[in-house]
Design a protein around this ligand. Structure first.
Ligand SMILES: [Zn+2]
Length: 76
């Protein structure tokens, strides 16, 4: 389980991404929408990264029709 944070809105959201290789994970579009809604939720706001996290913590390395392939900076 990974916790993403947004230090502008003071929010956080947890996600259990599916590992797809060394340090890479799959996050579905539906999960991405949930994360953005939880972390920021303001359509016009540009505070965060792709998933609403701030500072940016998740790097998108590829994208399919229904998911993102990402690398996530771990806090530990
Ligand atoms: Zn925001």
């Amino acid at each position: 389980m990974i916790t993403l944070r947004n230090n502008f809105h003071g929010t956080q959201a947890r996600v259990l991404p599916v590992p797809v290789g060394d340090w890479r994970y799959r996050i579905s579009n539906a999960t991405a929408r949930r994360l953005r809604r939880t972390l920021c939720g303001i359509a016009t706001c540009t505070c965060g990264g792709t998933f609403g996290e701030r500072p940016e913590q998740v790097k998108v390395v590829a994208q399919t029709n229904n998911a993102y392939i990402v690398e996530i900076e771990r806090e530990d």
